[in-house]
Ligand binder design. Structure first.
Ligand code: SF4
Ligand code: SF4
Length: 467
């Protein structure tokens, strides 16, 4: 059996690995959770609770100006509302809840908080109140609440595959939740009766998928090659619509939804529960085994690794996401959120000693780039702060797929350099970020220390406010 380490070191074998393990490990509620209130560019919630409040699992604890809600994933006391670094390197406000034994709210109680009832709420209101940002909602937090500005949905793509070679949530959900997915498909048909629907699955599941799903929707497949699984290219190919990287699918009359979000949509519309837990694939570069967890939102990396019995701290790099597009974390206290699909641990032997060497001008990066961007030039422009020149090479089109960095013999941080071109070339400021003020020390480090002694924590003076 080829392990992930061999796979990643073998440049021409960058393939998705099917998971043989169908077990889903359910994580217990941790001692505390940290729930970010902002996903820059997408949504900003204002807290509806304050420090010292008792909150109950499922309770609405934040609301966006457009009515989207975020919920407590455990019952407990709000111990702080503080600025933290997220897995995606944004500095945002977050709510910290310390667990206690109070019961969860039921769906009726959650809807009472929103001054309505499950029966009276429209489909879109139900999704907003229960925390599911479906393709029918706004793509960005600053968009005006006016459905008429968008074309009607003519095409729906349901994604049952993951791009990253080490994440296998889509395959696993497809195999384990067939009835629920079929139910979700019927909900999507009610939402957009005229739309053409396609379920996209991994090639190795083609026969099984066609047998189980083709009576309900058209089924198409993607190969195991990483390059063939890049979502934007897959969606463009299936719908026949060329979608620029900088524009949302929704503005082209296309709705794209993952099977995991489809399950959340079903739970919301069936009135079962809000979106408070998430699937994640845990893998490492050494043993090649995958494990899939379902964790309460706001669980930290440290808590998840402890629950997974990984305590030896022998992984010098912890990446949220996968090896191609994931982001290395500076601390294992980073909370895992609705956008955390994978946790990839690199062993010592897989961490490069030398990185960011001088560009050799070999051109491999431009040849492998699916969009044929002049990656080497973009990298050098960024290195020398020549962002105006970089703009002419269209860094905004970059898919962040990581193929250029993967192939680069000089191990240059090409994706980050191109992201700098996007940022400082003035191309990604479509949504001004209202980030919280940065602090020099890690608030979560201080909190983790506090939690070593709950008595001390209880007597600790409040350090921040909701203002
Ligand atoms: S692959 Fe690396 S070394 Fe080669 S041209 Fe691109 S940036 Fe330069
Ligand atoms: S990450 Fe690199 S290879 Fe991928 S689209 Fe961007 S420039 Fe091209």
């Amino acid at each position: 059996m080829v392990n992930i380490s061999e796979l990643m070191n073998h440049k021409n074998r960058l393939k998705h690995r099917p998971s043989a393990n169908d077990t889903i490990e359910l994580l217990d509620d941790p001692d505390y959770v940290v729930i970010p209130l902002e996903y820059p560019g997408r949504i900003l919630y204002k807290p509806t609770v304050k420090i010292g409040d008792q909150v109950y699992k499922n309770q609405i604890i934040g609301k966006s100006p457009l009515g989207h809600c975020i919920h407590a994933s455990i019952s407990g006391i709000v111990r702080d509302i503080l600025a933290i670094w997220t897995a995606n390197i944004f500095h945002v406000p977050a709510i910290l809840i310390q667990k206690n034994d109070q019961p969860a709210l039921n769906t009726d109680q959650v809807f009472e908080q929103a001054d309505t009832s499950f029966e009276k709420a429209s489909t879109i209101e139900k999704l907003k109140i229960l925390g599911v940002i479906s393709p029918w909602n706004r793509p960005g937090r600053l968009q005006k609440e006016d459905e008429k500005t968008f074309p009607s949905i003519e095409k729906i793509v349901i994604k049952a595959f993951d791009e990253e070679p080490t994440i296998a949530i889509g395959d696993l959900i497809l195999r384990n939740f067939t009835d629920k997915i079929i139910r979700g498909i019927s909900y999507l048909k009610n939402l957009a009766p005229q739309a053409e629907m396609t379920l996209v699955i991994s090639q190795y599941l083609a026969d099984w998928g066609t047998l189980n799903y083709s009576a309900y929707t058209s089924v198409k497949t993607v190969s195991s090659e990483y390059r063939d699984r890049l979502s934007q290219l897959v969606v463009s190919k299936i719908t026949g619509v060329n979608i620029p990287t900088s524009s949302a699918y929704r503005t082209h009359g296309i709705a794209v939804i993952s099977v995991e979000y489809l399950l959340n949509l079903v739970d919301a519309l069936d009135g079962h529960r809000p979106f408070i837990s998430k699937f994640l694939t845990l893998s490492d570069s050494g043993n090649g085994e995958y494990r899939t967890f379902k964790f309460p939102l706001g669980t930290t990396i440290r808590q998840l690794l402890k629950a997974a019995n990984i305590t030896d701290r022998s992984f010098p790099e912890i990446i949220v996401g996968g090896p191609m597009q994931g982001i290395t974390q500076y601390t294992d206290l980073t909370p895992l959120t609705k956008t955390s699909h994978g946790l990839y641990l690199k062993t010592k032997t897989d961490v490069s000693a030398e990185t960011n060497l001088t560009c050799q001008n070999c051109g491999k990066c431009s040849r492998i780039c699916p969009l044929h961007l002049q990656v080497h030039l973009l990298g050098r422009y960024a290195e020398y702060g020549m962002f105006k020149e970089a703009v002419d090479l269209h860094p905004e089109a970059c898919l962040d797929c990581g193929l250029c960095a993967y192939i680069c013999p000089a191990r240059r941080s090409l994706v980050q350099l191109i992201q700098m071109c996007k940022k400082y070339g003035g191309l990604v400021d479509e949504f001004p970020q209202q980030q919280a003020e940065c602090g020099a020390s890690s608030a979560l480090e201080r909190w983790e220390l506090g939690f070593q002694d709950a008595t001390e924590l209880d007597s600790r003076p409040v350090t921040s406010s909701t203002d």
